[in-house]
Design a binder for this molecule. Structure first.
Ligand code: CO
Length: 434
């Protein structure tokens, strides 16, 4: 009998003897909270409790756009499948939950699995008294290169904001500019008129509407990079996110037009279904391609990896199956030299950012870490720990498990806030991807 006494660190601080073979899941608790009181900031958290006093795990099941669907799905359709099971058997429980609803995959199902997977790794780390990255093979690096966004209404404003981020130590910056003639765009400031219309829709509980034309956008982006290379020089890493808002042919042309500016990568040039066009981009342009945040089903995106049509994988560990899937995806990429760049926006909870960091620290083929580091005070009130930023890199503590605890009393002060994502329409009112 492997009976050892472990002392939990962190908020729980309970001494207990964990016998891994005797552990059982006794409760699965779902919390929806929006401490930032902001759009795209409702977090769906899951707490997996065990028969060992003081031993539990936290996971993030946030799927922006379907938050309450995930919460209900977890409670009704996932939690019962976990009751009485041994939380140490992560792979077995992952497979159990994947096959449980029969009609499987999709963002709601996979986000639910992702958060539970994180919580199970958190438990395993606490039982072992080791940070999760140690269970994944140990640190393969001391710190994680990260990036942030500089955006603006015009080229000069993007340049000014990029300089501010460079002064903070950032070595790689995502640059986005408002397209002339547009009222809004992906990750750019809105016009005053669009901001007022968005606010009105929020107050009515309806999705805001934005108008988008890709032609002017694809003509503008290469000019932005030409301007930034002339003003900021060649040393700063620059990347850009298309967010799938252009046609397949425009994506090929844009990847070609951007070649001279040596991007760190071009993100989401196409919707994930356009495998043929990824082949065309590859044949015609050397611009590095990053892809993957929308992959949620089992092995989605595997063709892109096998054919080496992307340079960075950006699966979202909160949506694609958690730490277990992230580790497998990284392994599939390793022989091709494809690097990881896990999706890490502010609209997934800090628990996911910690999970991302544990995988990123331990895989050999890490590329870059997208990591929110400027959380509002209320988020710090709810979450005990998150990655810390210094000189262009992020890092995490060596606390056992994922290293983050949730203050449930604080979370309860910040309930769900209905702020629906916008619909994007062409000038002729055609619905368009966001
Ligand atoms: Co993206």
């Amino acid at each position: 009998m492997n009976r050892r006494a472990f002392v939990l660190s962190g908020l729980s601080s309970v001494a207990y003897a964990a016998v891994p073979g005797n552990l059982k899941i006794t409760a699965v608790k779902v919390i929806v909270t929006n401490p930032a009181r902001a759009p795209l900031a409702n977090y769906v958290l899951v707490k997996v409790e065990t028969n060992q006093a003081g031993l539990w795990g936290w996971g993030d099941c946030t799927c922006t756009g379907s938050e309450l669907g995930v919460a209900k799905f977890l409670e009704e359709h996932m939690a019962p499948g976990l009751m009485g099971r041994n939380p140490m058997r992560i792979e077995d429980l992952w497979q159990t939950l994947f096959f449980l609803p029969y009609y499987r995959s999709g963002s709601v199902h996979m986000s639910a699995i992702s958060g539970i997977d994180m919580a199970l790794w958190d438990i395993k780390g606490k039982v072992a008294d080791l940070p999760v990255y140690e269970l994944l093979g140990g640190r393969a690096r001391e710190r994680l290169l990260t990036y942030t966004t500089a955006s603006g209404r015009d080229f000069h404003e993007v340049e000014e904001n990029a300089r501010k981020q460079m002064a903070r130590g950032y070595k790689v910056i995502k640059v986005q500019v408002l397209t002339p003639g547009m009222e809004s765009g992906y990750s750019v400031p809105q016009s005053d008129r669009q901001r007022a219309a968005t606010q009105k829709a929020y107050e009515e509980g309806l999705p805001p509407s934005e108008t988008w034309e890709p032609g002017a956008y694809v003509r503008t982006v290469p000019k932005l990079f030409d301007y930034l290379r002339k003003t900021l020089g060649d040393d700063i890493g620059l990347l850009h996110d298309v967010h799938e808002r252009i046609t397949p042919n425009q994506a090929v042309a844009l990847a070609q037009d951007l070649e001279p500016y040596k991007l760190f990568y071009l993100e989401d040039p196409l919707p994930p279904e356009h495998l043929d066009t990824f082949r065309l981009i590859r044949q015609r342009a050397s611009t590095p391609i990053a892809m993957g945040e929308l992959y949620v089903g089992a092995w989605e995106g595997l063709n892109l990896i096998e054919e080496h049509l992307v340079d960075y994988v950006r699966n979202d560990l909160a949506h694609c199956g958690g730490i277990t899937t992230g580790r497998k995806v990284a392994t599939a990429c390793e022989p091709k030299g494809i690097l990881t760049a896990w999706h890490g926006p502010g609209n997934i909870a800090p628990i996911s950012h910690m999970a991302n960091a544990h995988v990123s620290l331990s895989v050999p083929n890490f590329g870059i870490e997208e990591c929110e580091v400027n959380w509002p005070p209320a988020v710090h009130e709810v979450f005990s720990d998150m990655p810390t930023f210094a000189d262009g890199y992020v890092n995490i503590s060596d606390k056992p498990g994922l290293g983050v605890e949730v203050n449930e009393t604080a979370a309860a002060k910040y309930p769900y806030l209905r702020r629906l994502r916008p619909t994007i329409r062409r000038a002729d009112d055609t619905a368009w991807p966001y």
